[in-house]
Design a protein around this ligand. Structure first.
Ligand SMILES: Nc1ncnc2c1ncn2[C@@H]1O[C@H](COP(=O)(O)OP(=O)(O)O)[C@@H](O)[C@H]1O
Ligand SMILES: [Mg+2]
Length: 240
């Protein structure tokens, strides 16, 4: 089957600083693709480059076989490519519900917003209880749920999710992963960046290890040897 998203030899960075070197990966429709790797490996930069938020200087990015390289973020979102960013990035002075409505802003999402909002509240009952509360007063876990809910309001076909469990208590991490498993079961295509390799591998169909802006390992989820992955991961960190 043709991949939904293809990253083909991408080189990207910030001005004169290059971060990604010849990064290639494919994301099959309906699968969960997990990207792991140490801090500074370029995982967030890769997601930003896919969204058109960081300029791609070499290689190509294709969605449904058509190049979206350096396309306006807005157009990709309208095509169903949605990012749930690292650090949540919610609007603290707006209510929970208004934050969710920001996700319904793209034109194509406006029509179905009511049903979408119900779907999000069904997935995150805690957000429903707190719908009128200012987002800045939420706990870390609730803020992550809000960021995910806002992304889902955009009616994604592919969701790029950057370190959703970062800084959260173990019980909240459990909840986040339960929700990810449910979204996967419902058929959403997920690209998940995670440092929590143990948890992420449980829902991974395909795994990539990134190091120093390159793909160091690519393997089907069920074939990943966690000891080997960790050895590779830490061998590199120790070498730096
Ligand atoms: N806005 C920026 N300007 C310049 N360099 C950046 C910027 N953001 C990230 N970097 C650098 O890019 C590299 C990769 O960062 P990042 O993609 O955030 O890694 P990861 O998400 O894997 O931790 C790091 O060396 C980081 O310092
Ligand atoms: Mg990051």
């Amino acid at each position: 089957m043709k991949p939904l998203l293809e990253v083909d030899g991408v080189r990207a960075g910030y001005g004169a600083i290059n971060v990604l070197w010849d990064v290639s990966l494919t994301v099959a429709a309906g699968e969960t693709t997990v990207i792991v790797g140490p801090n500074g490996a370029g995982k967030t930069t890769l997601l930003r480059a896919l969204m058109g938020l960081v300029p791609v200087q070499g290689g190509d990015v294709r969605l449904d076989g058509a190049s979206i390289r350096n396309r306006r973020t807005w157009d990709s979102v309208a095509d169903g490519l949605v990012m749930i960013p690292e650090g949540r990035m919610i609007f603290p002075d707006m209510s929970v519900e208004d934050n969710l409505m920001m996700g319904a802003f793209p034109r194509k999402c406006r029509k179905g917003w009511k049903a979408n909002l119900e779907m999000v509240f069904d997935l995150f009952p805690r957000l429903k209880e707190r719908r009128g509360q200012l987002a800045g007063t939420l706990s870390g876990g609730e803020a992550q749920m809000l960021a995910m809910g806002r992304g889902l309001m955009e009616q994604p076909r592919i969701c790029l999710i950057d370190e959703p469990s970062l800084g959260l208590a173990p019980v909240v991490v459990d909840e986040i992963f339960r929700i990810l498993a449910r979204l996967k079961a419902e058929g959403l295509t997920i690209v998940l960046v995670e440092q929590n390799t143990n948890r992420a591998l449980k829902i991974a169909d395909q795994v990539y290890l990134m190091q120093s802006g390159r793909v160091a390992l690519s393997e089907r989820g069920e074939r990943v040897d966690l000891d080997r992955l960790h050895a590779l991961y830490f061998a590199h960190e120790a070498a730096e």
